[in-house]
Every structure is written in C-alpha cells, then in structure tokens.
Design a protein around this ligand. Structure first.
Ligand code: IPM
Ligand code: MG
Length: 357
C-alpha cells in the first residue's frame, strides 16, 4: 500500500526546507523500497492574501480522509497580522485532526555547538511530549468592558481527564519503548506547577500517579515544577529521558530544548494523532524566517528531521532511522546550524544528507 503524504510548504522559508526534505524522501524511498505519493497544497499566507481563505472544513476533511500524514514547512507571513495564520491554520489543523501529541525530540547531534558548557551528545538526548489540544490553547476566555479602564480579560487553562489521560498514556508507552530500545532509563518526568495551579496541575498529577500505579510500575516517575525544569534543562540535561507537559508550558520549554540541541535549524516536531486512522503532521518548529526567504541559506535539517519522524510513525521505522543517521552524519560537516552560517547552502545540506544515506 502506498504512503500518501500531503505537503504543505506554507510560508517564508517553508518551501525551501520542504524541497530538501522531499529530496531526502525520494532517496530513502528508493533505498528502502517505499511506495509513496505526495500532493502539494498551497495553504498559507500567500493564498490568504490573494483569496481571503485560510483553510475550510472540506479541505480539512480531505486531509483527514485522503492522507496518511502531512509534512508542513512553516506558517507565518510578514504581511499577515500575527495570530491569523497561526491560529487559523496551524492550530486549526492540530485541533481539527485531533493531533493530541506534540512530540519534540531534544537531541544534540555530533559536531554541533552546544551553548551549555561541557555538555555533549551523550548528555542531551531526551523527548518532550507536549499535550497539543487543551490548556490555554483552547481559546476559552473573553473580555468584559473591553477598551474601558475597568476592562477584564480572562484566558482559561483547560485540563480534561480524558485529554490528560490519553497524553499521559502515550508518554508512559513512549518512555517504555525508549527504555526497551536502550535509549532511555525508563524515567518519565511530569512538568507542571502544582504549587500554584492547584486545579489543573492537581488533575494532571493525580492522573499521573493513578495511571503509573495501575499500569506502568516499570516506569520511574519524576515531577518538576516548570520553573525548575527550565533550570535543570540547562544545568543537568543528562537527567532527562521522557518529559510530559501541558500545552503552554510545553511550547515554552521546547524552545529552550531547541536551543540546547543547537538551535531552531535542527528542531523537529510531530503533531501526532496516534489513534487508528489518525492523520499526523510533522514540521520543523522554527517558523517561517521571512528575512532568510529565497536565499538558499536556511537550515533544512529540522524539516529533514520532521520527515524522519513522519517515516518512523507511518510504518517505515527503518527508513526513519536511516534518515536520522544521515542527519547525524551531516551535522559534523557543517560550520554551524544557523541560517547563513552553515558553510553550505540549503540545497547543499540536503545533498549532504542524501549522500550520507
Ligand atoms: C509552536 C509554535 C506555535 C505554538 C505557534 C506558532 C502558534 O510556537 O509550534 O511551538 O504556540 O504552538
Ligand atoms: Mg512554540
């Protein structure tokens, strides 16, 4: 059966990095004999500016029913007010396709400069599992007396037992797989703020303890307050194995995670719907980088890493691993991971990965 991939290059540097990822896909598909098809979609800032359309129900339904996975470049256009495309397209797809897991590996590849003193690839290799459909991202809240001196604004942090539980179970299972493969020690860290967010964090913490006691006694449980996690990501990253975190805090700590793995140029993420028939979406997490657009200087490794995750999660684990290894063989050849300072163009970095395959 052929793997059907929807391609959403999106805005800014998105198309350039997606082009390199597709080059790698074509190469690895030959080597691993993967039968696949790709179909491009022009959703993003340019289409919105030209037609006023972001993405509608039918288009979402098409992604859901016709595709196994989505590869996304970047969303965010300099001529579109902030929030419109992010909420209207990126978050819309995450919610509508019920991609309730946002999987973000934090891995320092060989030869990459790490801003943390004396830390190397053996110290930085953990996975963050960010809940992706609840919390402050639900858009619940509102204004009262807007625009007056007595204005009130609320923004609600929503945690449902159902949403938290499915995320925690995915994280426990993930941690168990990491342990079985020898990549992790079998320790799952919950990150929240139980000392202040006494309702939402309490639900998370109780569910964590109950599910762990009932079904995952082989997994060690650890808990960090979010502020402490920020400190320890920097001080002792080697401690972490698998981290599970609600949406908003997960957004923040995965940018910190991206920096300790060498920057946005290498940080990939998967918006995953692990349920039967679910359509997942993989993306470099760095954004559209308008100032680097069309200069052939942006780093495509994050998009190529997103492709590796796509393959690994779409029934092609060997191909995923092969791409991942090719990335690890490429990083030592780059002067830096930063746009314009790689010592290679975007195209050349894609070529290096293909050669390493
Ligand atoms: C991310 C981004 C998005 C988020 C934005 C663009 C809506 O920061 O993928 O981490 O907050 O989730
Ligand atoms: Mg973010």
């Amino acid at each position: 059966m052929s793997l059907k991939i929807a391609i959403l290059p999106g805005d800014g540097t998105g198309p350039e990095v997606v082009r390199e990822a597709l080059k790698v896909l074509s190469a690895v598909a030959k080597l691993e004999r993967i039968d696949y098809t790709t179909e491009p979609f022009d959703y993003g800032g340019d289409r919105y500016l030209a037609t006023g359309k972001i993405v509608d129900e039918d288009e979402i339904e098409q992604l859901r029913s016709d595709y196994d996975a989505i590869l996304l470049g970047a969303i965010g256009h300099p001529d579109v007010a902030p929030g419109i495309l992010e909420k209207g397209l990126l978050l819309r797809l995450r919610f509508a396709l019920d991609q309730y897991i946002n999987l973000r590996p934090v891995k320092l590849y060989p030869g990459v400069d790490c801003p943390l003193k004396d830390k190397g690839p053996q110290d930085i290799d953990f996975d963050v599992i960010r809940e992706n459909t609840e919390d402050l991202y639900c858009g619940a809240g509102g204004f009262l007396r807007k625009g007056t001196p007595q204005e009130v604004a609320t923004q609600e942090m929503i945690a449902t037992r159902f949403g938290v539980e499915r995320c925690l179970r995915y994280a426990f299972e993930y941690c168990r797989r990491r342990k079985a493969s020898g990549a992790g020690k079998g320790c799952l860290t919950l990150v929240h703020k139980t000392n202040v967010l006494t309702f939402a964090a309490d639900l998370w913490f109780r569910a964590f303890e109950e599910i762990g006691d009932a079904d995952y006694t082989d997994i060690e449980r650890d808990y960090n307050h979010i502020d402490a996690a920020c400190m320890w990501f920097v001080k002792n990253p080697e401690f972490y194995d698998t981290v599970v975190v609600p949406n908003m805090f997960g957004d923040i700590i995965t940018d910190l995670g991206a920096m300790i793995q060498g920057g946005m140029g290498i940080a990939a993420g998967g918006n995953i719907n692990p349920d039967e028939g679910g359509t997942s979406m993989y993306e470099p997490i760095g954004g559209s980088a308008p100032k680097y657009t069309n200069q052939d200087v942006i780093n495509p490794l994050a998009a190529i890493g997103a492709l590796a995750m796509l393959l690994a999660n779409s029934g092609e684990p060997k191909a995923g691993e092969r791409v991942e290894k090719a990335i690890a063989a490429t990083t030592p050849k780059l002067e830096s991971l930063a746009a314009g300072r790689m010592g290679h163009s975007t195209t050349q970095v894609g070529d290096l990965v293909v050669a390493a395959l």
